[in-house]
Ligand binder design. Structure first.
Ligand code: NAD
Ligand code: ZN
Length: 421
């Protein structure tokens, strides 16, 4: 109702009222459909928490989406590995231009081009105040932490769309300093909403620094972003493991060593590269859909990567775990996996005094310095992940090619702004 009133007012002012975006359409399927234009009052819809309906967001802005990327996290939902409902509007990796500001927005202005951290956070709770924006206490009625377009993440409407509402805008948004420069570097800057900070956080929490030896499990976009981040942090050797040869070739293209886990446990190949079967720092950029190693790569073995990283990481070291683990997985390999319980050899980690860091990446801790690294040519993240721009209408093709393991990061261009500043 409120939304319709907002639309009527907008129509009278001659403003856009139409919207369209990508929705989950059932197992293995996404569709591009018409959507309501975003409103500053939360509306009911698929995946929207009933307790959130009617919540007012005068602190929000409406963005015209410049770019919105498809993520491995989206694939977990589309593969039916979560409880995401049909009709959920997808998209948490958003960069956009502010086209409307709510009455409580003070410092963000129409025309600003901004990166949106995929975590939604209020900036007012004890976790936000200590920088832990991935576990904000005020944005999800069910549990700490929220995100756009994601199951169990508060029901905020996703941004693989032409328009999206961003709450607590003064707090959440990172404004790019210069519009022309931003649009010129948009394929790199679009990675600031998630995978670059996420890969970087994986490395920081794994203790990567000058001269480190690093093993990154997974050569998807997050693994490649972690590898590029390890290089930025000064690692001596960055080794990336996967079973997908195209993705391993992608990792090689920017100076990483590679391990093909279909040939066996990474341990032997790491020993051949380093002279010792261990690394200083381990990063899990795979998550709960992990395949086994060697002859077992055709089947899933969700604890493989965590157990192998505990074997591979030197005593006293740390393991960064950006890879996603869930509390419920309808497609889990067994009854335990279906409730997110894995068979971890924690004794191995305990005996070596390893530290393990999990959870959503608190994007806001990293996005400004990483933006500067991009703007000053210290990192070529679009090249590292092989970014490829596609129109919004081709999202279904992007999802299906990404699902088959294409060595690319798909970037949706919903308003045809990329390459047309
Ligand atoms: P992706 O699915 O494209 O990549 C995962 C890769 O892991 C694939 O290439 C796959 O072949 C490989 N793999 C499978 N088993 C393996 C094994 N045993 N050893 C090595 N590689 C193996 O996904 P992505 O977009 O790169 O994301 C990676 C993970 O990070 C996902 O679980 C995603 O949900 C998660 N993620 C977490 C955060 C966060 O804030 N923590 C943010 C973004 C993404
Ligand atoms: Zn993502």
């Amino acid at each position: 109702m409120e939304h319709r009133r907002g639309n009527d007012a907008r129509r009278k002012r001659g403003k856009v009222t139409e919207n369209s975006g990508v929705v989950y359409a059932g197992l293995g399927k996404v569709d591009v459909v018409d959507l309501p234009y975003p409103s500053f009052t939360l509306q009911d819809g698929p995946g929207v928490n009933p307790a959130s309906v009617g919540r007012e967001c005068p602190h929000g802005v409406i963005l015209k989406v410049v770019s919105s990327n498809i993520c491995g996290s989206d694939q977990h939902m589309v593969r039916g590995r979560t409880t995401a409902p049909v009709g959920l509007v997808l998209g948490h990796e958003i960069t956009g231009e502010v086209v409307e500001t709510g009455p409580d927005v003070e410092f963000t202005h129409v025309g600003d081009i901004c990166s949106v951290p995929f975590n939604i956070s209020c900036g007012r709770c004890r976790n936000c105040k200590s920088g832990r924006t991935g576990i904000c206490l005020n944005v999800n009625p069910d549990r700490p932490g929220a995100a756009y377009g994601y199951v169990d993440m508060g029901g905020w409407v996703g941004g693989q769309a032409r328009y999206v509402m961003v709450p607590y805008a003064d707090w959440n948004l990172l404004k790019f300093p210069n519009r022309e420069q931003a649009l010129e570097k948009i394929l790199d800057l679009t990675m600031l909403s998630d995978i670059l900070p996420t890969g970087f956080h994986g490395c920081v929490t794994a203790g990567v620094g000058v001269g480190s030896t690093v093993y990154v499990a997974g050569a998807g976009p997050v693994g490649l972003a972690a590898a590029a981040s390890a290089q930025l942090l000064g690692a001596a050797v960055v080794i990336v493991g996967d079973l997908n040869r195209d993705r391993l070739a992608q990792a090689k293209s920017f100076g990483c060593e590679t391990v093909d886990v279909s040939l066996g446990d990474p341990r032997d190949q790491i020993e051949q590269l380093l002279g010792v079967p261990e690394v200083d720092c381990g990063v899990d950029a795979v998550g709960f859909e992990a395949r086994g190693h060697g002859d077992s790569t055709s089947s899933e073995a969700p604890a493989t990567v965590l157990n192998s990283l505990m074997e591979l990481t030197a005593a006293g070291g740390s393991i960064g775990i950006p890879g996603l683990y869930v509390t419920g997985d309808p497609g889990g390999v067994d009854a335990s996996a279906k409730r997110g319980a894995l068979s971890l050899s924690l004794g191995t980690g305990w005996a070596k005094s390893l530290s393990l860091a999990t959870g959503q990446c608190p994007v806001m801790q990293y996005h400004r310095p990483l933006m500067n690294a991009i703007l000053h040519d210290r990192i070529e993240i679009a090249k590292a992940v092989n970014a490829q721009v596609i129109p919004l209408e081709q999202a279904p093709r992007g999802y299906s090619e990404f699902d088959t393991g294409a060595a690319t990061k798909f970037v949706l261009d919903p308003n045809e702004m990329i390459g047309n500043p």
